[in-house]
Design a protein. Structure first.
Length: 63
C-alpha cells in the first residue's frame, strides 16, 4: 500500500466510523483478529471488543 493509499484509508476510517457512525465500514477495513494495543481492562479481543463498536454518546447532560 502506498503512503497516499494509507492516508485515504485513514481518512475514510475517521469519516465513516467516527464522524458518521457507519460501523459496518470497519468490517471492511479491519482484520477480524485485530489487536488493540491500548485495551480497556476486561475488553475482549478482535472485532468483538474493539471500542469503535461501542455506542457513541455525547457528554453527560448538566440539566
Amino acid at each position: 500500500m502506498t503512503a497516499e493509499e494509507n492516508v485515504a484509508l485513514y481518512r475514510r476510517w475517521l469519516d465513516e466510523i467516527w464522524t458518521k457512525g457507519n460501523y459496518h465500514v470497519a468490517l471492511e477495513i479491519l482484520a477480524e483478529d485485530l489487536i488493540d494495543h491500548t485495551p480497556i481492562k476486561g475488553q475482549p479481543t478482535g472485532w468483538t471488543g474493539d471500542i469503535w463498536r461501542q455506542p457513541r454518546s455525547g457528554p453527560p447532560s448538566r440539566t
